[in-house]
Design a protein around this ligand. Structure first.
Ligand SMILES: [Zn+2]
Length: 452
């Protein structure tokens, strides 16, 4: 092992031990005090290296402007500490995407593209030091205790991890080491291509988007897959309860979630199965969507990063807070669900007022779940008052359209909303490399303000 590699490994191990054992807050005040210290250091020492934040070192965090993906992309060089422009970094990312060889870097910097399906593509920079720390933190937060010896004891077989994603990156291959046998499966090649390799590797840990876990569970139930993973993690897509049940049925393990985006490592399921925000490493302000404070869009400030500046960055995700504290005792905020993205909220006119009201993804999904297994796949796209509903069913298609229309009418009546006009079609699978988007708001009802 050369010295650079050794330093990298030690950095991962250090981050692992520190995250796992020192950053376990049971007390919210202590967590907030830790965040305040890290934030002060970040704002004084790191943030001013970005052009965009010159002279703002002594500001109050709350007074800094809110940014999002489009702000970041419109002044890319201003939002990183190396003053790297989009023109400099984009060719590296696009070439990796084209060749499916994700190893090239720009000096020590990895360039990642965000897999967002709507709007502008995002580009994010990660340095090698950050990658090594990230690997340690991710393992610290997600690995169950029973698998720890495999990581730490040189006389045991290395821990085998199978990882399915649309794009690999240096970020993920950083996990590979003497103690970790890491196999990346490229989703653009389709699922069938992966089965044989997966059987050969026989992974202890399986990491994949929810729809892929579902596909693998179906393959296992059909006898095409013989693996027995001991730990299953869902990433990058909303994990619906039907997916989770199928995975449990196939592998005898309940899938846990990693809430990870290009913007950062945002959350993880604890041993009690609750999703917690990764607040020991990020500061998260809730931007509440409703007066009852049940749902919010997170505004994140990543005080752990040193290259890409994520300061009061609004994510497009909707999070629903857990009704009760988690029995695990962690002080990090508990989330009932990542419900989806803001453009998955559909809007309908209120019967009692001249305004549009939100129909949240989980409310709509629950109503559709009542239709049972007959509704195998669906997608709803809203354009004004017209909803395009595409369905797939193994049974009676026209009968299902009828029942779905009735279910929606009933739901709207319950919510005090005007029912939309429906147009039905046949569901088609999206390309293998794109995310599942069941709900998509393309255009809200015209002339009515959207009021949460
Ligand atoms: Zn918990």
């Amino acid at each position: 092992m050369n010295s650079e590699r050794l330093v990298g490994t030690l950095r991962s191990v250090g981050a692992f031990l520190f995250s796992r054992y020192a950053l376990r807050f049971r007390n919210r005040q202590r967590l907030e005090a830790w965040q305040a210290r890290r934030l002060a250091h970040f704002m004084a020492r790191v943030m001013p290296h970005g052009q965009r934040f010159k002279g703002l070192a002594n500001s109050d965090l709350q007074r800094l402007p809110i940014m999002d993906k489009s702000t970041l992309m419109s002044d890319f060089a201003g939002f990183n500490t190396r003053a790297l422009s989009l023109e400099q970094v984009l060719p590296v990312a696009l070439e990796a995407e084209r060749s499916r060889d994700f190893s090239p870097t720009l000096g020590d910097i990895t360039v990642g593209l965000s897999s967002g399906t709507s709007g502008a593509q995002g580009v994010f920079l990660v340095s090698s030091t950050e990658r090594q720390r990230w690997a340690g933190i991710l393992l610290a937060r997600t690995l169950p205790r029973a698998l720890l010896p495999r990581l730490l004891c040189p006389w045991l077989a290395p821990l085998r991890i199978a990882f399915f994603l649309r794009a690999n990156s240096r970020l993920y291959t950083t996990l590979a080491s003497r103690r970790i046998d890491f196999a990346f499966h490229d989703l653009t090649l389709g699922l069938a291509a992966a089965l044989e390799r997966l059987n050969q590797q026989n992974p202890d840990v399986l990491v994949a988007p929810a729809t892929v876990l579902r596909g693998l569970a179906q393959a296992a139930l059909a006898g095409q897959l013989t693996i027995r993973p001991r730990h299953i993690l869902s990433v990058a897509e909303v994990l619906e309860s039907s997916d989770a049940e199928l995975v449990q049925q196939a592998f005898g393990q309940k899938p846990r979630q990693i809430y990870q985006a290009s913007e950062g490592f945002l959350g993880y399921s604890c041993e009690a199965g609750t999703l917690h925000l990764n607040e020991s490493h990020l500061h998260i302000e809730p931007q509440w969507l409703d007066p009852q404070r049940t749902r919010f869009q997170p505004i994140i400030t990543d005080f752990s990063r040193r290259t890409q500046l994520i300061v009061r960055y609004r994510l497009n995700d909707i999070l629903r807070v857990a009704a009760a504290p988690c029995p695990c005792g962690r002080a990090e905020r508990a989330i009932a669900a990542v419900e989806g993205r803001a453009d998955e909220i559909l809007w309908l006119p209120r019967l009692q007022a001249p305004e549009s009201a939100p129909l949240y993804p989980d409310v709509l999904r629950r109503a559709l779940l009542m239709l049972g297994a007959e509704l195998e796949e669906y997608q709803i796209q809203q354009r004004g008052l017209l909803w395009q509903v595409d369905l797939r069913t193994p049974g009676d298609y026209h009968g299902l359209c009828q029942r779905l229309a009735e279910a929606l009418t009933e739901l709207c009546a319950q919510q005090g909303l005007q029912a939309p006009s429906l147009s039905f079609g046949h569901w088609q699978a999206p390309p293998a490399q794109s995310k599942r988007r069941r709900l998509l708001m393309l255009q809200p009802p015209e002339g009515l303000p959207c009021v949460y």
